[in-house]
Design a protein around this ligand. Structure first.
Ligand code: 13P
Length: 256
């Protein structure tokens, strides 16, 4: 199998300089499980500070920096936006793209998400591409159709081969910030569907692409979730703001 595990913290619009300091201090001396990457995605204003602190503590080997979004253009008159070049200068390595909050609140279409994935990859950064169905779509048994509709425009834009450098995060919208986690069996079944989608296009890519689960992951449910064959780690929201709990979740990851 040989897939890296990834545990990524999505702080969303939370956190402050104090949290940046306490998270990095707490992770100083922490060694993640073998073949596992730990990624922290604070808001833009904290990227430089976190990057400095990670370097000062000599943690570059163990912790990577991620951003929560990037603009699809390289530069220009886009007030309030941030380019991949700027993120690269801040030592960012990963970029979350297509999060359900961006899709629903900021009307980002799957085509826009595909453009962003391309620009992120072209900059040498790793996209963490989020996909997931709403509660209504799950009830109506449309999950597989919705996930396919979210993935297909990205495959069309970049080609399946480039998914070797992409991380996919399955985040059922109904599980985000609700405390309602998908059961390990349900999460595994959906991850197996996603891997099968890629296997139909390219077996090698399907075996390589890390699939993360996100949605109310915490210290109590991470072991069972990460034990599933097609779950290669997690994208963690609320629990990633709690320094000790985040470390417990990271330690549950199992890369190979
Ligand atoms: P919660 O872990 O708070 O449910 O958030 C998940 C998420 O949206 C991560 O991107």
């Amino acid at each position: 199998m040989n897939r890296r595990a990834i545990v990524a913290a999505n702080w969303k619009m939370n956190g402050d300089t104090k949290l940046v300091s306490s998270m990095v201090e707490s992770l100083s001396g922490y060694v993640p499980p073998a073949h596992t990457s730990v990624v922290i995605c604070p808001s833009y204003p904290y990227l430089a500070l976190m990057s400095d602190k990670i370097s000062q503590q000599g943690l570059n080997e163990n912790i990577a920096l991620g951003a929560q979004n990037a603009n699809e253009h390289l530069s220009g008159a886009f007030t309030g936006e941030v380019s991949t070049n700027m993120l690269t200068e801040m030592s960012v390595k990963y970029v979350i793209v297509g999060h359900s909050e961006r899709r629903s609140i900021y009307q980002e279409s799957s085509e826009k998400v595909a453009e962003k994935v391309k620009v992120i990859l072209d900059a040498g950064l790793t996209p963490i591409l989020c996909i997931g169905e709403s509660e209504q779509e799950r009830i109506e048994e449309k999950t597989e159709v919705v996930l396919t509709q979210q993935l297909q425009p990205v495959v069309d834009a970049i080609g399946v081969e480039r998914f070797k450098d992409v991380v996919v995060a399955y985040e059922p919208v109904w599980a985000i910030g609700t405390g309602k986690t998908a059961s390990p069996e349900m999460a595994q079944a959906t991850h197996a569907f996603i891997r099968g989608y890629f296997a139909n296009l390219n077996e090698e890519v399907a075996n390589k692409v890390p699939l993360l689960y996100g949605g109310s992951v915490n210290a109590s449910n991470c072991d069972e979730l990460f034990a599933q064959a097609d779950i290669d780690g997690g994208l963690i929201g609320g629990a990633s703001l709690k320094v000790d709990e985040f470390k417990v979740i990271c330690s549950a990851a199992k890369g190979s």
